[in-house]
Design a protein around this ligand. Sequence first.
Ligand SMILES: Cc1cc2nc3c(=O)[nH]c(=O)nc-3n(C[C@H](O)[C@H](O)[C@H](O)COP(=O)(O)O)c2cc1C
Length: 388
Amino acid sequence: MNRRNFIKIIGAGTGGVVLSSHLTGCDVALDNQAFGWNGPDKSIQDIRMQVLAYAMLCPNPHNIQPWMIRLTGSDSFNLYVDPERILPETDPIYRQIHIGQGTFLETLAIAASGLGYKAEMTYFPEGMYGNTELVDKPVAGIKLVSEAGIIKDPLFDFLLLRHSNKREYSDYRVVQSELDALHAAHQRHSEFSLTFVNSPQEKALLTQILTEAMQIEVGNRQRDLETIKMFRFNEDEIRTFRDGFGVAQTGLTGFKKIFVESFLLDRKTVEADTTEFGQQSVDMVRKVAESTNTFAWISSRGNTRLDQVKVGRDYCRMNLQTASMGLAQHPMSQVLQEYDDMLALQGEFKKHFGIPESETVQMLFRLGKAAPVEHGPRRLVAQIIKVI
Ligand SMILES: Cc1cc2nc3c(=O)[nH]c(=O)nc-3n(C[C@H](O)[C@H](O)[C@H](O)COP(=O)(O)O)c2cc1C
């Protein structure tokens, strides 16, 4: 297998921390090999550390894990965007990064309910900033309140199971009763629109648009390098960085995975010339879209930072809900992105699907059936805690 074939297999997916000794101690107790996916170690007493360990398992763009926590009390903390963990080339206004704050908050709230606590949240407690800027102000203040008899959110049972499944799907078409169930679950919590696309004609059009969007995305070296920076080329990189995504998330396992990572992947070569990586990313998008019969998106009338955070919460629930129904799910964000050269295609996408120009499509994803893939790694809780 040459390097080209290898990349064919993988395609592309599309701070300043000071540790206090007791927090570091907590994390040592986590199962390092599982990168957080066994949940917090039973020996961890601090409820803040327990819910944070779960929250870090949420879906987030490129698995960059853009969170920073400042502890504010024995049962409270603030969540901030980590300014060193952003994606300025592909997410120039940090919209997706804020969706990734919402997914974190929702996972945290669900986890708290499963552990007998209510997570009281105040959004932007020091004021909301504009939707094109990033300011060192908290996205949310969180207080954990012990509540006897609190009802465990049923999605709690799927926090350690959920993942984004980037492999090709079987030709299963999500049935109407499943779409109805997803709609109902969404409507119980959300103020935003959820749209499903489930016909062969719409699928064909969307496949074309998504493929073209990836073609546009990879037409820029800086964007390619940003993605490649988050791509984990081998186990060593995964152990060192504990973030990003690699071949495992596309479904490659066992000997094939080891072979590809050991002999065919080389960061230096791919970074020196990103052309092939880009072309294979386009091919991969076309292939996975063609293998899918059902697509969906969440759109909002407004696009404030608060809207983005709330959409993240809703998307997270949707991801957990599909996991609970045995469905695979995978966001495909390129056509939604805000850099100049994407805007014309984004306009066409909205026009074709009757989405008002004034609305923002916040998350676009595909749904179907596929064997699960390996979980993406997560850092240690202590790595997101910033001691003031
Ligand atoms: C706002 C947002 C945008 C995303 N966009 C994409 C995308 O365009 N392509 C893709 O393969 N995955 C996308 N993802 C999925 C992430 O790559 C995934 O959540 C992350 O790698 C963590 O893996 P996990 O969801 O399996 O835990 C997106 C996730 C979020 C929250």
